[in-house]
Ligand binder design. Sequence first.
Ligand code: AMP
Length: 367
Amino acid sequence: MRIGIIGAGQLGQMLALAGYPLGLDFEFVDASTDTPAGRVAPVLTGDINDPALLRRLARRSDVVSFDWENVAVSALARATRGRHVFPPLRALAAAQDRLAEKRTFERLGIATTRFAAIETRTQLERATARVGLPGVLKTRRLGYDGKGQYLLRSAHDIDGAWATLGGTALLYEEFVPFDYEVSIIGARARDGTVAIYPLNRNYHSGGILRLTLAPWPQPRVARAAAASLRRLLQALHYVGVLTLELFVHRGRLLANEMAPRVHNSGHWTIEGAVTSQFENHLRAICGLPLGATTARGHAAMINLIGSLPPAATLLAEPGLHWHDYGKQPRPGRKLGHCTLIESSAQRRTARARKLLTKLCPQLSLRP
Ligand code: AMP
């Protein structure tokens, strides 16, 4: 079976690496000629919204999927008519637009941040009064890793926020002084079977994920997050892996956003779960049975951002798994990650913090 994937980043690379043992073949499309997935599979290079290029990929593939959710839904729908595209395009459309995403959460009774859609400066002024301050102004589309966001602490920040982001479709939402952030990842198969991974606790810095600890031992939070994810998977007639990111605030869960794909906070599943998120995504979209999502131990995943430490520094750590995506170093760029698995949550957390301090001494994460 041949899988066509739009976007040839590290998620695509890890999908291909998980798929080869299943006997799958891969082909990607990407704008760049130098991509992580290009190191392991052929890439058709060109504009990923070009209908002719998407049609070429679709014709050569049994199933089409994506590792990047910002492909134009209309172009993809036309190029893949009558073919298998998973996750479904309605889920892709809902996840691409922060307003559609919030409305999906509301419709399904999934608690989320208070928000308002913004197109004019007057609407922003009204929203700061109605939704409240502090708040975060976000572009509705194309934001990732904290990009396209402006924090408004007081009404004095309206000018700066509007000068920075005004002119595009925006969403204003309350700033949540959360206790911590979590994500929950699950897969739904073509026959409707659902498998959900243990809860991830995520630590961000500058809007970018730095550290994930999983399973995070908060059974009540894990159950509530899994129930919301299950509702989304079913309502969207989802096929593939879906990720839901949430804030935990005074014991209450608030959905922040969803990603219709495998997710950075699930990288630990490669070595830390019976079946990785990448393999389960492929199993789901190919119509195969899902694998067990049980953790094999207590995992920590550290993102390697901007520059990579010497291989010897990491590989000298007993039991550490290193992933180098083969990307050119650039500030703020995710170049790789490493995962360690320990026999208890306490040992895992202590070791992860020590390693993080060694790798990024200037970084300070909340306790
Ligand atoms: P996002 O791209 O929306 O996931 O935002 C990236 C990160 O910014 C989140 O993981 C949070 O750490 C932070 N953030 C985003 N929205 C809010 C909010 N409404 N309140 C507090 N922090 C936020």
